[in-house]
Write a protein that binds this ligand. Structure first.
Ligand SMILES: Cc1cc2nc3c(=O)[nH]c(=O)nc-3n(C[C@H](O)[C@H](O)[C@H](O)COP(=O)(O)OP(=O)(O)OC[C@H]3O[C@@H](n4cnc5c(N)ncnc54)[C@H](O)[C@@H]3O)c2cc1C
Length: 389
């Protein structure tokens, strides 16, 4: 293999492929190197909820997520929501008036979202029942409705980005493992050694999701990067088979009682997860434990979806139980920018990557193609990380 590019992207998940899309649009010759198949890492095992509603305490991080949500809307308007797998159904954060702590916190959250300019509406019990006529809620349940939240069929979006990269002359190489970054003595990037040969380029973007820290150490030969502050946080996702009974019309998450998220899945079933059950798979990911926890999750969702209760016995046996590994930055917020000390090496590692992919793609493309970091990206640079300023 003897290839030349303007930029090599390591990692064909939603972040790498979105950066590749916007870089190609900016006229850059892109080569994406993916060790397995495009879009089969964490980006295929996610809850797929694009939102800025759950990120409401830190204004720059909220606005970065809100940009992601807005860009999905523009992409859907321009290329077709169906083609891209973008389902603009909105989300309902349900809360019980008999839970004063949860109720006040959710009302406060609504006020913060309003102050941040993120559309939201409060639904009383009657309005909630009208919005979700097929679900069952206790009489004192109300909801925070955020209409701009979306379900993103990430595999379709990634396919779209990949096709557009190819259409602009870019190359995506699958089953190709990045092995060593090549640089001059002064740290200027010259290319990449991979399992399929050498690629020459003055710039490299590392977007390897949960493998970021380990890969940065391996590729640069500097062990210290194994402490790069991105950890791996596993999460369990249960997706039921197609159901013959009615499903939720929105993304539903609980603000009272057991933490839960569930939503209509593109395959005709219901997709669900919970931060609480995620804690229970940390030590034991045996099939027996996953099944036990999956059943527990289904049990909670059944309280709201009566049809699921009727099919419960068979549903757990036919459900997909999937573990996704979150790339989790130490302070919970995106890491995106140039690696200090190396000339031409960029890193993006983030949770909420389904939401953030278009925003980070667009802003990183500007950073890489023009050399100027957009204001929105400043708070997320690598300079804030200990030992990298
Ligand atoms: C359970 C769960 C639920 C989630 N829910 C949501 C949600 O609702 N909303 C949201 O916005 N986000 C959510 N996320 C987070 C989101 O899925 C991730 O932030 C996002 O998928 C990260 O994308 P990525 O491209 O960085 O990583 P990945 O998709 O993992 O891509 C990285 C790629 O790098 C490749 N790679 C690694 N090493 C090499 C190498 N040496 N050479 C070449 N390639 C290599 C890998 O094979 C992989 O394909 C969730 C995550 C989990 C686990």
């Amino acid at each position: 293999m003897d290839l030349n590019a303007d930029i090599i992207i390591i990692g064909g998940g939603i972040i790498g492929i979105s950066c590749g899309y916007y870089l190609s649009q900016a006229g850059q010759r892109v080569v994406v190197v993916e060790k397995a198949s495009i879009g089969t890492g964490t980006s295929a095992r996610s809850f797929f909820w694009a939102n800025a509603s759950t990120k409401n305490t830190d204004a720059p991080y909220h606005h970065l997520n809100a940009l992601g949500v807005r860009l999905y809307r523009s992409l859907a308007d321009h290329y077709g929501a169906k083609r891209l797998g973008i389902h603009s159904c909105g989300a309902l954060g349900i809360v019980r008036a008999s839970d004063p702590v949860g109720y006040t916190a959710t009302r406060d959250k609504a006020a913060r979202l309003t102050a941040l300019g993120y559309p939201n509406r409060w639904l009383d019990n009657a309005a909630l029942r009208a919005a979700e006529p097929d679900l069952v809620f206790p009489d004192d349940t109300e909801a925070l409705f955020t209409p701009d939240d979306k379900i993103i069929h990430a595999r379709k979006v990634m396919r779209f980005f990949a096709d557009e990269i190819r259409a602009k002359g870019g190359i995506l190489i699958e089953n190709c493992t990045a092995q060593e970054i090549r640089a001059d003595e002064d740290g200027t990037i010259t290319g990449l050694n991979s399992s399929l040969g050498t690629i020459t380029a003055p710039k490299i973007l590392l977007s390897a999701g949960p493998d970021t820290a380990q890969l940065l150490a391996e590729l640069t030969g500097f062990d210290g990067y194994s402490r790069f502050p991105v950890t791996k946080a596993p999460g369990l996702l249960v997706t039921t088979p197609p159901l013959s009974t009615p499903r939720p019309a929105h993304i539903i998450y609980t603000e009272s009682g057991t933490a839960l998220q569930f939503q209509p899945d593109v395959g005709g079933g219901i997709r669900m997860g919970s931060d609480e059950t995620d804690g229970l798979i940390l030590q034991d990911q045996s099939p027996e434990n996953l099944r036990r926890i999956g059943q527990e999750l289904l049990g909670h969702v059944q309280h709201f979806v009566p049809g699921l209760a009727a099919e419960a016995e068979t549903v757990i046996d036919q459900s997909a139980l999937d573990i996704g590994i979150r790339p989790y930055p130490a302070d919970g917020k995106t890491i995106a920018g140039a690696l200090p000390g190396a000339k031409g090496l960029f890193v993006v590692a983030t949770h909420s990557g389904i939401t953030l992919a278009p925003a980070l793609g667009k802003l990183m493309a500007q950073t890489i193609a023009t050399g100027t970091v957009p204001d929105m990206l400043h708070p997320f640079g690598l300079g804030r990380l200990a030992g990298m300023g």
